[in-house]
Design a protein around this ligand. Sequence first.
Ligand code: FAD
Length: 398
Amino acid sequence: MDLRFTPEETGFRDEVRAFVRASLPEAIRRKMVEGRHLGKEDTVTWQRILHRRGWAVPHWPVAWGGCDWTPVQQYIFVDEMQQASAPPPLPFGVSMVGPVIIEFGSEAQKRRFLPRIASLEDWWCQGFSEPGAGSDLASLKTAAKRDGEHYVVNGQKTWTTMAQHADWIFCLVRTDSQVKKQAGITFLLIDMRSKGITVRPIVTIDGGAEVNEVFFDDVVVPLENRVGAENKGWDYAKFLLGNERTSIARVGYSKERIRRIRQLAAQEQADGRPIIEDERFREKLAWIEVELKALEMTQLRVVAAERQRDRSKPDPYSSILKIKGAEIQQAISELLLELVGPYALPYEAEISGTNEPPIGPDWAAPIAPTYFNWRKISIYGGSNEIQKNIIAKAILGL
Ligand SMILES: Cc1cc2nc3c(=O)[nH]c(=O)nc-3n(C[C@H](O)[C@H](O)[C@H](O)COP(=O)(O)OP(=O)(O)OC[C@H]3O[C@@H](n4cnc5c(N)ncnc54)[C@H](O)[C@@H]3O)c2cc1C
C-alpha cells in the first residue's frame, strides 16, 4: 500500500492551504487556536465562505453541491482545514441529516432542505438521545402518533447540541411499540418553531451551555416531513452514524494543538527553565506524538481502502479512529493543563463571560474549561465502551 501523495494531490493540498490562509477570518482562527467558545455567527460566517468557494459539502453528490473528489482529496481537505484551525461546517446538517436526505429523502425534501443545509441558512440539531436511551438508542420512547396527514409527537430528547440555535431538528421517534424495538422507529424532520417545543439548557462542568433538553408536547408534524418509510428509521440512523469517517479522529486539530504545546512550553518557565526542557514533560509529549502518527497512518490506510467499502453498512474501522482520536485529544488536554500549572485552578467563567481581570496569562484561561469540556469526546457519537463492543463483534468476530 503506497501512502504517499501524488504530485496532483500535493498540488491540491497547496490550493486548499492557500485558500484557508487567505479566507479564514483571523478572529475565528484565534478563537479556535486558543480554545475559546465559538458563537453561532462564527460557524455561519465560515461555512458561508466555504459555500461561496463551492467547498461547504464536498462529500455530497455534485448535483447537490458536492465536489466529486477522490477519498484522498477529501482526506487532504479535512486535514488542511483542521491544521489551519478552521471550524468544521455544522456536522448536524452537512454530515448527518444531509446525507440521509440525499440517500433516503423524497425529491421535494432534497430540493427544500439540501441547498439551505449547504449555505447554513437552516441550522440543524440532532434529536436521537433520550434520558433512557443513549447507548441503548433503540429503547427511545418519544412517540409519534398518526393523525390524518400529520404525526403528533410527544416526549423528550436530551444532550441536544446547539438546539438553542436550531431551525430544524431531525428526530428518531417511536411509531410502533408492539414490535422488536428497532423495527418501530421513524425518522422525522421537525421545525423547531412548531408549537409545543421547549428547549431547556443543560449547563456543563465548564460553565458552557452547548447541550439542551428538548421537550415535545403535542407537536404537529406533517407527513411530508417523514424521511423514507414509516418504521424504517433505524436503518437510516445506522447509515447516519456510520457515515462520519475521515474527520472523526480530528488528527489535523491534534497536530495543530501539539505545535501550540511546543510553542507554549518553550515560552513558559518552571523552576527557572523552559518547560519544554523538563524530561517528564518531553516524554509525555513524545508519547502523544507517536500515538498521533500511528493514528494518522491508520486513517490513511482506511482512506486507501475507501473505494472498496460497502457503503450500505457502518464501517467498524471508524470505531478505532473514534477511540484513538478521543484518547489523544484528551491526553493533549491533560498536557495543556500541566503546562498551565496553578493557573488552571481559578474558575474563570470564560464561556459565560466575566468582568474580573483574568488571573494568569491570557492564553491560560480557556485551558481548564477545555480540559473539562473534552471529557465529552469519549462519550458523544457512541461512547468508547460502545465502540469497543463494535470492534469486538465486527472486527474481531467475538
Ligand atoms: C457533549 C455531548 C453532546 C451530545 N450531543 C448529542 C446530540 O446533539 N444529539 C443526540 O442525540 N445525542 C447527543 N449526545 C448524547 C450521546 O450520544 C450519549 O451521551 C451517548 O450515546 C451515551 O449515552 P448516555 O449518556 O445515555 O450514557 P449511557 O448509555 O447510560 O452509558 C453510561 C455508561 O455506561 C457505559 N455503557 C452503556 N452500555 C454499555 C454496554 N453495552 N457495554 C459497555 N458499556 C456500556 C457507557 O459507555 C457509559 O460509560 C451528546 C452527549 C454529549 C456528552
